[in-house]
Write a protein that binds this ligand. Structure first.
Ligand SMILES: [Zn+2]
Length: 77
């Protein structure tokens, strides 16, 4: 089980960086066979709240699918 690098919650998304093109890509973690170097695992909550660094483009390939998993990530009350 991959865990979110930010909070330790089970990760559902993978954030990868293309330094040559300055593109940050968010993809579903499921189905990723080989992690690119420097890739970060993120839970649904952190993936959705992520923004690209200044000067970078955010390529969000998660679409609306990830919203199905945005449960009990942060609010445990
Ligand atoms: Zn997280």
């Amino acid at each position: 089980m991959e865990l979110c690098v930010r909070c330790g919650y089970p990760a559902t998304a993978l954030m990868t960086f293309s330094y040559s093109e300055r593109v940050v890509t968010l993809t579903q973690l499921v189905g990723v066979v080989r992690r690119p170097p420097g890739a970060l695992e993120l839970c649904a909550g952190h993936a959705l709240s992520k923004t690209a660094p200044v000067g970078w483009v955010l390529n969000d390939e998660l679409g609306s699918e990830l919203s199905l998993f945005t449960v009990e990530a942060d609010n445990g009350s």
